[in-house]
Design a protein around this ligand. Structure first.
Ligand code: SF4
Ligand code: SF4
Length: 117
């Protein structure tokens, strides 16, 4: 079973989607970027660390907290909100730089996007 953590854009969450209902729906229906999984378990949702791109300390803290709970993640999805922020809102994150950095630091796969709504 894939253990997935989702990161959302701290500036967009609850402005473009309320209560992350779109991601919960997509994950339960294995829609869009979740269609790759046979079985998927959402272990955590948290923000991106805020501007100007403080993702690494955020994921480090998330990994520590989950380890203390005898858990962890094997895949990190950057929410569709983060993708939208990068494409339309001058988000400082460069996904092509961030992906290999997170994958090597945390031993998890990184996927850009979640739902397609
Ligand atoms: S794209 Fe997903 S993670 Fe981002 S705000 Fe919407 S529901 Fe939440
Ligand atoms: S614009 Fe980018 S760095 Fe800023 S809060 Fe949103 S996702 Fe995070």
């Amino acid at each position: 079973m894939a253990k997935v953590a989702i990161l959302y854009c701290k500036r967009i969450k609850d402005h473009s989607c309320i209560a992350c209902a779109k991601c919960y729906k997509a994950i339960s229906e294995k829609q869009a970027e979740f269609s790759r999984y046979d079985d998927v378990h959402l272990v955590a949702m948290t923000d991106c660390g805020d501007c100007p791109g403080l993702v690494v300390p955020r994921v480090k803290l998330l990994q520590e907290v989950l380890r203390n709970l005898d858990g962890g993640f094997d895949t990190i999805h950057l929410g569709t909100c983060m993708k939208m922020a990068m494409e339309t809102a001058q988000c400082p994150i460069d996904f092509d730089e961030l992906k290999p950095m997170l994958e090597s630091k945390f031993g998890a796969k990184v996927v850009l996007g979640t739902h397609s709504y």
